[in-house]
Ligand binder design. Sequence first.
Ligand code: FAD
Ligand code: AMP
Length: 465
Amino acid sequence: MDAVTHDLVILGSGPGGYVAAIRAAQLGLNVACVEEVPALGGTCLRIGCIPSKALLESSERFHETKTALAAHGVKVAGVELDLPTMLQRKDQVVTDLTRGVGMLFKKNKVTRYEGHGRIVGPGRVVVAGADGANVAELAAKHIVIATGSKPAGLKGVEFDGDRIGSSTDALAYADVPKHLVVIGAGYIGLELGSVWLRLGAKVTVLEYLDRILPGMDSELATEAKRLFERQGMTFLLGRRVTGAKVEKKEVVVESEGAEPLRCDRVLLAVGRVPNTDDLGLDAVGLKTDERGRIPVDDHYSTSAAGVYAIGDVIGGAMLAHKAEEEGIACVERIATGYGHVNYGAIPGIVYTHPEIASVGRTEEELQKAGIAYRKGTFFFRANGRAKALGDVDGRVKILADETTDRILGVHILGPRAGDLIAEAAVAIEFGASAEDLARSCHAHPTLAEAVKEAALAVGGRVIHA
Ligand code: FAD
Ligand code: AMP
């Protein structure tokens, strides 16, 4: 089989890989993208961000219709869950978006290869079909590894493809669990735990640490935990799970120093690990680090000439938009010599209700680094739009440098926090001060006024509190 030559071969079509492919094609490169599953879009579109948000939306509407509409003077009766339709809708959203990536590839003349890509030497990739037979041999000056991540396992907890599963299983339970035990209080566990709680499951979250959402602002994480508890979620913190096994129709979950818990389903959500299965790293002398990640320099070059890596398979936050930014910076550097990602301005969002969103540094990080800061807080209960929505829990917190007033971190717990954080990310990207934000006109009545008020609060001149 003769090798087909491209300028650039990208392994993986997740948000890192497919966005890099499109940007590289825009810059005039002849680009190929190899993807081993039939649908494009990676974890994010198929089994991550998109299906989880579709279910969060549907389950929230179900729950709200049952519990919150009466307060608006809307009487509803006979509200019933039609889970198969809810799951089908989620699948349709996924299908539409993954097909959309295929259309974008056609429009941008990105060549798609379906099969498992493996590096077989410098500038050489072999694509194998599901039967293991080679579909294509590719030659390229540049290879970008964007093979993403997969759910982390836990010793003693065996996925059985049914009762003990990962986030992928929890996106498709055929019926509502009676009692769902979630292992790990990170964003994936809390989002999917919220979905099934709203649909009627009892949900118990077991977390090793003494807090939820490690890495997020602890003041907001504490408040969020209280709000989730009010919704009916149970948290058992300081619980290190050591095993889970199926016993007849039940699952028994064991943790250190505590009685075993019995439930009917377990969602293991203790993080994700880079995916480098059978990737042929040896063929170009590459080794992963102690956490299975591919080491790269500031420009996403690995130690092998012409081989780059981006997204979940390298270090840093495992987020779709982080993978996209890296994909763009990586190929722009290949094509133009320039490319950069500002890691200080990458937002992180938890799509629970209320949402939790964060960009820049947390208070704990500033304290640890000995950076003097001023803090402005504004509560949604004093915001007119939040009142009108009937969604008043939470706050906006802005941290600014004590001397220069430059915004260092913004943390929001509240309605549409995930949309509100965009303004803060732009402010940090532009090096804005809290005063810049405070002096910018924000339309009334909007949730965004809470951001302005928090910025005013940094300077001690909040109006509505
Ligand atoms: P991936 O999206 O994992 O894509 C890698 C692709 O490579 C896959 O399609 C895989 O099939 C393919 N592949 C692997 N090996 C090979 C090979 N050898 N040959 C060919 N193809 C290969 N992030 C957010 O920012 N926001 C969210 O709301 C969010 N929600 C999430 C919810 C869940 C339940 C999960 C699991 C994740 C969520 N994430 C979210 C994380 C996000 O999905 C990942 O950070 C993102 O998908 C990483 O992108 P990537 O391109 O690096 O890799
Ligand atoms: P994340 O990495 O954000 O997906 O979060 C995973 C969460 O799982 C973290 O909060 C971890 O502390 C937690 N975790 C990891 N191992 C265990 C364990 N054995 N038992 C309970 N929680 C765990």
